[in-house]
Design a protein around this ligand. Sequence first.
Ligand code: IMP
Length: 193
Amino acid sequence: MRIVMATQNRNKVREFAEILGGRVELVPLPSGLPKAPETGETFLENARQKALFYAAYVEDPVLADDSGLVVPALGGEPGVHSARYAGEGADDGANNDKLVHALRSRGLRQAEAWFACALVLARKDRVMLEVESRVDGFVYDEPRGEHGFGYDPLFSPQGALRRFAEMSAAEKHQFSHRARAVRELLARIPEMT
Ligand code: IMP
């Protein structure tokens, strides 16, 4: 099966390819397409919006994702704004700094948090499958580790002593929201009509 991956984020494409192994052929979006709107208030709404937007341009099914970090003690921030928490075009370092400051300004050294990943598979004008998965854990007020991307240096999944950024890719995928969502989606592909 060939699936067009509707993201420009190279870290995410790499992780999807690692998790899928050879089971699905992932191809990038053709170049030159406009940027899909991302105006939803939930991860699922954003993933649906992106999948349907790009599915109108290509023959193969399109897989779109939306993911992010939710910290209930910060009112759910960064949430759907995870990629641009510290402003449009902010890099991972700036987003992590902002999260650390947000925690410290509330007197928190750590807080419960989860990563969520919504996946939507669409073909032409139709949603074929959608799933949302999460990994619960904690965020901390100082970064650790060099691997991964995004908020990985600040997040430890429940039951692990280390941050995602201190784990190898294979270890992270044992816990991650993205790996769980992909497994669920693959299990449901036979449901597609
Ligand atoms: P999206 O491209 O709109 O889905 O934004 C996702 C953002 O959420 C990323 O840029 C990261 O900041 C954050 N994020 C999502 N998944 C992960 C992860 O596995 N590790 C660390 N940060 C993540």
